[in-house]
Design a protein around this ligand. Structure first.
Ligand SMILES: [Zn+2]
Length: 182
């Protein structure tokens, strides 16, 4: 009798286990990294900036390609899909990359990484001068670049503003800079 009792207890114990059917999980792509050599220095700047701020950001799962953006006139776009590697497309239009300054290229790449890695949406807030308050603005990739001709009352060489815009990229609560109303 005793062996049978042990067996029945064992069966009872096994039957109490949770079902062994695999639970459905969303299809997940393995982490992959593919960035054109001429874009890599700007992604490296992003990684360094994140590290300096002790932010844990998965920057090794990323695909950047040059190609055609689906939105007319857009120099870049970020495609984020659940379980898939974030994908950035940079427009092959010469006015988006080839013909622009390194500052504008940096602004563009950091903006798209802001979407794809920091999950930030566009921000249209402006300072009293009319300048956008964020690198995550929808249409100006030159917020800390230099201009060829000053088109308005704003300064032409905006490079000293870089620190603020990068601070704000990683921390939207960054205090308003002194030049915001000058
Ligand atoms: Zn954008």
């Amino acid at each position: 009798m005793r062996p049978a009792l042990v067996l029945s207890l064992l069966v009872l114990a096994l039957s109490c286990q949770s079902p062994s059917q695999p639970t459905p999980v969303p299809a997940t792509e393995p982490a992959q990294y593919s960035v054109p050599a001429e874009v890599e220095p700007y992604v490296a700047i992003f990684r360094d900036m994140a590290r300096q701020r002790n932010m844990a950001i998965q920057a090794d799962n990323l695909i950047i390609t040059f190609g055609k953006t689906t939105e007319v006139g857009a120099c870049g776009q970020c495609l984020l899909e659940t379980g898939k590697t974030p994908r950035i497309t940079l427009s092959t239009d010469p006015t988006c990359w080839k013909q622009v300054s390194t500052n504008e290229r940096e602004c563009l790449v950091l903006h798209e990484l802001g979407h794809c890695l920091l999950k930030r949406p566009h921000l249209t807030t402006r300072f009293p001068t009319g300048m956008y308050a964020s690198l995550m603005n929808p249409d100006d990739i030159g917020v800390y670049a230099t201009c060829i001709y000053p088109l308005d009352t704003d300064v032409c060489d905006k490079r000293p503003r870089r620190n603020y815009y990068i601070d704000e990229l990683f921390n939207p609560t960054t205090p308003v800079p002194v030049w915001s109303n000058q």
